[in-house]
Design a binder for this molecule. Structure first.
Ligand code: SAM
Length: 575
């Protein structure tokens, strides 16, 4: 096993030419001139329904997941004439038909089929949009004005929802949100994964999405930024007293602006206790008498970088516990003391820490951590186990729905419960999935790239008296042929990669391994569908056959109002 080195965000190095079912469904009304018939030709339809290909010969890393979902090469079978493409800056009247990745609304140019993606457009909404960016075989549109609202319109309870970029669908009825998510998974599994709807088993293997019962206050961690430039939505720009003077802000980064912060007094996704802390800090930090300044990402001056709020639970009383983490550019506890004094009045606060990050970048990880009050950790319970969470450790962000997710994983694992089985927990993070299953099995082996997460996993095992779990740090994108010699053949593999999905090396390992059962937990249905295709149908370009059958696909909504979708998929070895 190679040791860590690559960024955990880097991933499978394959090119995506994903199909786009919404190409066939979405429509647009409007003023687009001279529609070309290019995409009406059978060849063009074939091009938009392209296939997933392995580009190991020309590997490339993709950060833009919109492009991944849509494919970023122009259609090859019938390349439309340049006049086919809408021009940058062109204004169109559009109707949004469905939602795609990152919650972007999908529209289609009348008669041509050309796809337009628009942030904050929701199904059924008729609006005026301006082409802001062309991206291969689709273009991005900026919404200028809503002409008539979307179907299933509700009033968004949060006043920042249309600006902060987090809750993109807060003004869409929750039932419609989850329907859209379910539809996205369905389309990706059929088109990218190449699982046929006409297959008699398909109807039973595709399960309805599990909704989240908590629609608000479900996030146990929020990270706010201090900024020297307050970002104001277009319609409030005139209210700025002096447009030449920057104003300080504490809130969330305006979408697409690393240097501008939308001032936020309250976030409905975090706990009430966390909102109380945020309110107290908002009331105090701007007071000039305190001498506090936000970090300026351009000039690299200023002290306060981020405010991270984590909510856990006292394992005995079940009452909320709060950790407040100030991320600063230098160590100066005297400057933070007045803020600490004020938030100590909030009884839920049990831990106040200061992470010092002297780098020029804007990350929240500290090079050094100082405890300013109480303990360096808070606790949380999940599936009957206790977890200690430090400022920088990973923990499922929606504890309530993580219970639901882990139960589904346990059910899919179908363990005998007689302590005979071996579990391989790939991308194990702080070991939570493996540890919740450890009591029923002989041994759990967990692999993860982040060294601190591995230390947390080992500590979590100890706290819970679990001795049959081994956690190893390493990069699963760089496994060698010997990977697998360090643990007995697993009966069940759980794989929970981050958004880029699994690297081809890991896919090949799983195809060689021929384990009885794989549970693929995914936060990105596009890469999940691609990997399921490889595991079940093989890698044609490399003459490798698939050896697993897809038994179930279970979408789970972990994050209401956001575009994120989680899935639990069960694969079994072909008999
Ligand atoms: C979606 S999280 C899953 C965490 C864990 N299974 C859980 O439920 O809490 C994905 C994990 O994969 C890790 N990771 C990302 N890239 C990796 C790589 N190349 N090799 C090993 N682990 C990686 C991340 O650090 C992260 O902890």
């Amino acid at each position: 096993m190679a040791t860590a080195g690559a960024s955990p965000r880097s991933g499978g190095l394959r090119q995506f030419h994903s199909p786009r079912a919404w190409f066939l469904k979405a429509r647009c009304s409007g003023s687009f001139p001279s529609p070309s018939s290019a995409l009406r030709s059978p060849g063009a339809v074939a091009a938009v329904e392209g296939e997933v290909s392995d580009s190991r010969a020309a590997p490339r890393r993709r950060a833009d997941e919109d492009a991944m979902a849509l494919g970023d090469s122009p259609p090859t079978a019938a390349i439309p004439s340049p006049s086919f493409f809408p021009k940058k800056g062109q204004t169109l009247e559009l109707v949004c038909e469905s939602l795609a990745f990152k919650g972007k609304g999908v529209c289609k140019v009348a008669d041509t089929g050309f796809v337009l993606m628009c942030d904050h457009a929701l199904p059924g909404e008729r609006f005026i949009g301006r082409i802001s960016r062309k991206k291969g075989n689709y273009a991005e549109v900026q919404k200028l004005e809503t002409l008539s609202p979307h179907w299933e319109n509700v009033e968004a309870p949060c006043k920042y929802s249309s600006d902060c970029g987090g809750c993109k669908t807060q003004n869409l009825l929750y039932e419609a949100q989850i329907r859209a998510k379910e539809q996205q998974v369905h389309e990706l599994i059929t088109h990218v994964g190449r699982f046929s709807e006409s297959d008699s088993e398909f109807a039973t293997l595709f399960r309805p999405i599990v909704p989240c019962n908590l629609h608000y206050h479900y996030r146990n961690k929020m990270e706010f930024s201090f900024g020297s430039q307050k970002w104001l939505p277009r319609d409030q720009l005139s209210s700025r007293s002096n447009p030449d003077v920057d104003e300080y802000a504490l809130g969330l980064h305006a979408p697409g602006h690393f240097d501008k912060v939308l001032h936020v007094e309250k976030c409905l996704l975090q706990s009430e206790a966390a909102n109380m802390v945020l309110a107290v800090i908002q009331d105090s930090w701007i007071d000039p008498a305190l001498g506090l300044s936000p970090y300026n990402v351009h000039k690299h001056t200023g002290f306060l970088k981020h405010l991270m709020l984590r909510t856990g639970r006292d394992c005995v009383t079940g009452l909320p516990q709060l950790m407040v983490n100030f991320v600063t550019s230098s160590h100066n506890p005297g400057l933070l003391a007045p803020l600490v004094d004020k938030i100590l009045d909030i009884p839920e606060v049990v831990s106040i820490v200061n992470n010092v990050n002297t780098s020029l970048g804007n990350t929240s990880l500290g090079e050094k951590e100082y405890v300013l009050y109480g303990k360096p950790t808070i606790t949380e319970t999940l599936r009957g186990l206790t977890f200690q969470i430090s400022a920088n450790s990973f923990f499922q962000t929606n504890t309530h729905q993580a219970e639901v997710l882990y139960k589904l994983i346990e059910e899919s694992a179908g363990l005998k419960g007689d302590g005979s089985e071996i579990i391989l927990d790939l991308f194990c993070g702080t070991g939570t999935i493996g540890l919740t299953l450890a009591r029923s099995v002989r041994h759990v082996y967990g692999y993860e790239i982040v060294a601190d997460a591995i230390s947390d996993a080992r500590r979590n095992a100890e706290i819970n008296g679990i001795t049959n779990a081994t956690f190893v740090q390493g990069d699963l994108n760089k496994i060698r042929d010997e990977f697998g010699n360090d643990f007995p053949k697993p009966d069940v593999v759980i794989t929970d990669p981050n958004r880029p999905g699994m690297h081809m090396k890991l896919i090949k390992f799983l195809l060689r391994l021929r384990t009885k059962r794989i549970i693929y937990v995914s936060c990105n249905p596009a890469t999940c569908a691609r990997d399921l295709d490889y595991l079940c149908h093989g890698v044609a370009e490399q003459n490798i056959e698939g050896c697993y059958s897809l038994k179930s696909v279970q979408p789970v909504d972990m994050f209401p109002h956001t575009p994120h979708i989680e899935c639990v998929c069960l694969l079994e070895l072909d008999s």
